[in-house]
Design a protein around this ligand. Sequence first.
Ligand code: HEM
Ligand SMILES: *[C@@H]1O[C@H](CO)[C@@H](O)[C@H](O)[C@H]1NC(C)=O
Ligand SMILES: CC(=O)N[C@H]1CO[C@H](CO)[C@@H](O)[C@@H]1O
Length: 331
Amino acid sequence: MKEALIIFMLCCILHIASAQLKVGFYKSTCPQAESIVRGVVQQRFKTDRSITAALLRMHFHDCFVRGCDASILIDTTRSKSSEKDAGPNLTVRGYDLIDAAKKAVEAACPSTVSCADIITLATRDSVVLAGGQSYNAPTGRRDGLVSDVNDAFDLPGPDLSVSDTFQFFRSKGMTLNDMVTLLGAHTVGVAHCGFFQDRLSNFQGTGRPDGTMDPRLAASLLKICGTQSRPLNRDPSVFLDQGTSFAFDNQFYNQTLFRRGIMQIDQELALDRSTAPIVRGFAANGNAFKKSFANAMIKLGNVEVLVGKAGEIRKNCRVFNPKPKVVRRGL
Ligand code: HEM
Ligand SMILES: *[C@@H]1O[C@H](CO)[C@@H](O)[C@H](O)[C@H]1NC(C)=O
Ligand SMILES: CC(=O)N[C@H]1CO[C@H](CO)[C@@H](O)[C@@H]1O
C-alpha cells in the first residue's frame, strides 16, 4: 500500500517537472510517429554520419532560444528576419532532414506531430546510431508562434569562462554537471576556424598561441586555418574531437585532458577547478558519460516547452501555419 502511494506520488512529481510532456505522447494519435522518424534518420545516417552532430547542435540551439519550440526552423521572410539568421545559427545544419521526417509523418498523421518533437526524436535516434545510449524521449511539445533574429543572444559564445558559460545554463535550469555533460556533444562534429583561430597564433592579442593547447595540435591546426579570418562559407573546419571524430563516446573529455580541446570553452572544462573533476570522471568512465548524457538530453528537451493548447502543430516546419480567415458576421 505504502509503496503504491510513494510510486503514485513520484509519478505526479515527475509529471509536473516535465511540464506535461510524456513518453509515448503520440501512442494513440500517431502510433507510427517515432518509428517513421527513426527510419528517416537511419536512412540518412547510412550516407552521412555527420547528421548526428547537425541534429545535436540544432536541438541545443532550438531549446536555448525560446525553449524547444522549433522556432529555429522558421525561414526568414521578406518582412521578418528569423532566428536562423542570427550569427550563431548560420552554420546549423540538418534542416532538410527535419523536412523529410516531417513530410513522412504528415503523410501518416496530418497535423498531429509537432516539429519540435521531430527535432527531439531525430536527435535521440542519431545519437544512438553514433554509439550513444538510448533514452525514452518525452513528447507532446507544440510549435512556437515566434522566431526572432534578436533572440539568439541566449546562446553563449566559445570564448567565455566556465563560470560565465554556466550562467547561461543555470538560467535554463541546468546544473554544472548537466553543462559539462551536454558539452560532451562536442565528441562529434566540427567547428570553423573562426571560432578558435586566435588560440593558434595570437591568443587574446598576445602574439603567441594559447598555452593551454598542445603545441603540436596548435601547429597542425594553424596549417589548416592560417592566421587570416574568412567569411564562414569559405572558412575551413576541423573536428571538435580529434580522437574519434564520428563516435558518440567519451573521447572528447580524454582529449581535453591531453590539452587537445579545440575551442576555448572545451579546454577550460578540463582546467577549471569546478569542472575538472567531472571531466576526469567522464574521461575514465564512458558509460557514466553516456548515461549522464541521456538524462541531460531529457532535461534539455524540457526547457520552456509549449504544451496543451499553446502554440500550434505546424504543417510545414519552416513556416507558421496560415492564420485562420476571420469570418465576419453581420457586417
Ligand atoms: C557553452 C556552450 C556551447 C558553446 C559555446 C558551443 C559552441 C559551438 C561552436 C562555436 C560550434 C562550431 C560551429 C561551427 O563552426 O559551425 C559548435 C559546434 C557544435 N556544437 Fe556546440 N557549443 C556549446 C554547447 C553545445 C551543446 C550543449 C550541444 C549539444 C547538446 C552542442 C553541440 C554541438 C555540435 C554537435 C557541434 C558540431 C556541429 C556540426 O558539426 O555541424 N554544443 N558549438
Ligand atoms: C586519450 O587521448 C590521448 C591523446 O590523443 C591518446 O593518446 C590516448 O590513447 C587516449 N586514451 C584513451 C583511453 O582513449
Ligand atoms: C541554414 C540557413 O537557413 N541559413 C541562413 C542563415 O542566414 C543567412 C543570411 O542571413 C542565409 O543566407 C542562410 O540561408
